[in-house]
Write a protein that binds this ligand. Structure first.
Ligand code: AMP
Length: 390
């Protein structure tokens, strides 16, 4: 597959699809990890004296009123600070103003196009990979670099559309993410997978694809309760993924030694920090109680397996980490892995956010910038953004 270093960038107009899809509250960026991760590719293009045209999506844009909160203007400001360089922000996704700005770019200068998903308002042009749109964006540059790992599993106009019309390569971030994930084809053993998060259904593909390769799969989070119910435990009012009960029962029957479930949980009666909570054995959950975190005996049990691991893959938090009372197991096991220097790959999304809150995300071996993309890769699916460049 072509990577950025295979292309001649000098004096060229280089389109870079970045992933600037970061959380923003009241116009302020809360976590700039994804922006920082894009800097290596951008700086390389600056050093090569390219004329740089940046594209990204931000959130979902369905109506005109969504535009106000989903503009990339705050991203341009943040990038200016991080790069210490002016960014020409064009509040349009097409048209003369954009084309003139592209034409007037000098070597080493940068321009940022408005949120690519503004094109979704009239007919989902970006998200449905509208042919005309991909061709139009491609016409603005000489070369295309896809460095947005977070959307590499999507077939959109701003990635697959442009790449179908231009000489293309992946950027440093996508290259790094793919290299790490490919290490999981032949992981150093023992290889342990930690799975949490809310729904079993989102993780079925990963379990099916990796259960043979993994030495253990440690289950936590909301999804643990569907597994527990399939084994006949009363899970009270804990989250249940009814449609996945049969899958849970079958996979536990097939791999009883490999798939481990919590032995105790932290329960409460309301989804809130303020109601009383209590640690209970999984045999003792009352009808009005919901489990929002795994308990201390489960943490010890899981750490006992993890201490010998040579590779750990982790997707989904083990409890409701957004509520202070229920982030203990996620934080503690993250810290355990870091302190014991265990090669750990965090599969994007909420577990990376949890690690970032605990200031541990840059201490693990790899924290992926793409949750959905990582899951699809681990399910053995092809990634359209990569395939088109291959
Ligand atoms: P996912 O996107 O499937 O990885 O799910 C992440 C979400 O799972 C987070 O927002 C967590 O708050 C949630 N979660 C983790 N543990 C539980 C639990 N015991 N009950 C309900 N939700 C949970």
């Amino acid at each position: 597959m072509k990577t950025i270093t295979d292309l001649e960038l000098e004096n060229k107009k280089v389109l870079i699809r970045c992933d600037f899809n970061v959380p923003i509250k009241n116009g302020k960026i809360i976590d700039d990890t994804r922006i920082k991760e894009s800097l290596k590719t951008i700086n390389y293009c600056i050093e090569k004296n390219a004329k740089i045209i940046l594209l990204s999506h931000l959130g979902r844009v369905k109506t005109e009123s969504d535009k106000k909160d989903k503009t990339l203007k705050p991203i341009a400001k943040k990038l200016e600070k991080l790069l210490n360089k002016e960014i020409k922000f064009i509040p349009e996704t097409r048209g003369k103003k954009l084309e003139d700005a592209v034409d007037s770019l000098k070597n080493g200068e940068l321009l940022l196009i408005e949120n690519t998903r503004f094109e979704d308002i009239n007919g989902k042009k970006e998200s449905s990979n509208d042919k005309e749109l991909g061709k139009y964006w491609a016409s603005l540059g000489d070369i295309f670099i896809n460095d947005a790992f977070g959307t590499i599993h999507r077939k959109h106009a701003s990635n697959v559309g442009i790449a179908s019309n231009k000489d293309s390569a992946v950027g440093f971030l996508v290259e790094k993410e793919l290299n790490v994930l490919s290490e999981l084809k032949c992981p150093t053993k023992p290889f342990i997978i930690i799975l949490g998060g809310s729904k079993v259904s989102d993780k079925i593909g990963v379990i099916k694809n990796l259960v043979k390769k993994a030495d253990r799969i440690l289950i936590g989070g909301g999804m643990a309760f569907t597994f527990l119910q399939s084994e006949g435990y009363n899970i009270g009012s804990s989250i249940l993924d009814q449609d996945s009960l049969d899958f849970c029962r079958d996979i536990l029957n097939k791999y009883p030694e490999k798939i481990l479930l919590p032995v105790d949980v932290n329960v409460t009666t309301e989804f809130s920090n303020s109601t009383k909570n209590e640690v209970k054995d999984i045999t003792e959950i009352a009808d009005n109680e919901m489990g929002l975190d795994i308990g201390p005996n489960t943490i010890t049990l899981y750490e006992n397996y993890l201490k010998d691991a040579k590779t750990v893959l982790w997707n989904g938090p083990l409890g409701v980490y957004e509520l202070n009372k229920y982030k203990k197991s996620t934080d503690e096991i993250l810290k355990f892995l870091v302190d014991n220097n265990i090669k750990t790959i965090l599969g994007g999304g909420d577990i990376v956010a949890a690690a970032s809150n605990a200031k541990l995300n840059d201490k693990v071996y790899h924290a992926s910038t793409g949750g959905g993309a990582t899951l699809e890769y681990l399910e053995g699916k092809k990634l359209p953004g990569v395939e088109v460049i291959k």
